[in-house]
Design a protein around this ligand. Structure first.
Ligand SMILES: [Zn+2]
Length: 189
């Protein structure tokens, strides 16, 4: 039996990328955002209820030569888009941020080749493993697409710049200082 003709549904969690590519496999699916545990740690806690339940993603496998005309290689294309709640570092409110993954991977057989080629290529070069989880790969990419400093383009509330001198201790010593933006956060509710 020709394995390429086996019409089994692809298992994103345990995918044989070689077979997937040789079959020109395609997956177009939804995944619950909550399954990306490492990503969810970055969410703004007080807005976690607002996380859209599902994320659309797709994957395509192919076998083709690279731009240098080398031997045919295994390629994987991953695309995803998610809206996640992060905390704006300017107004401290929730900033619904679009994360996008649009990435091509080329697979090689060993780590040394991957390291040697990864810097030279536009695509990511990975070592081919017998089975791999597309969810892990997706999550890595989503994490990398996070903004370094999440921020609204335009904050929904005016931000009052406060001049403060951290060198001067407030009166009363260890009395906690009210956060300058705490009042604003309350106003928003
Ligand atoms: Zn903001």
């Amino acid at each position: 039996m020709n394995i390429l003709q086996a019409k089994a549904p692809w298992l994103p969690e345990r995918l044989d990328v070689r077979v997937f590519a040789q079959a020109s496999g395609q997956i177009s699916a939804e995944a619950p955002l909550t399954r990306f545990v490492r990503l969810a740690e970055e969410f703004f806690e007080s807005a976690v209820d607002e996380v859209p339940a599902m994320m659309q993603w797709r994957a395509e496998g192919s076998v083709r030569t690279d731009s240098l005309g080398g031997k045919p290689a295994i390629w994987l294309y991953l695309q995803a888009k998610a809206v996640v709640p992060l905390q704006c570092q300017r107004c401290l409110g929730v900033a619904h941020t679009v994360l996008e993954v649009d990435r091509r991977f080329r697979f090689v057989t060993d780590e040394a080749t991957a390291e040697a080629q990864d810097d030279e290529c536009e695509e990511d070069v990975l070592v081919l493993e017998p089975v791999m989880s597309l969810y892990d790969l997706l999550e890595d990419e989503l994490l990398m697409s996070l903004p370094l400093v999440p921020m609204h383009e335009t904050c929904p509330v005016p931000v009052v710049m406060q001049v403060s001198d951290p060198g001067v201790a407030p009166e009363g010593g260890d009395t906690p200082v009210a956060h300058p933006f705490a009042a604003l956060a309350k106003l928003k509710k």
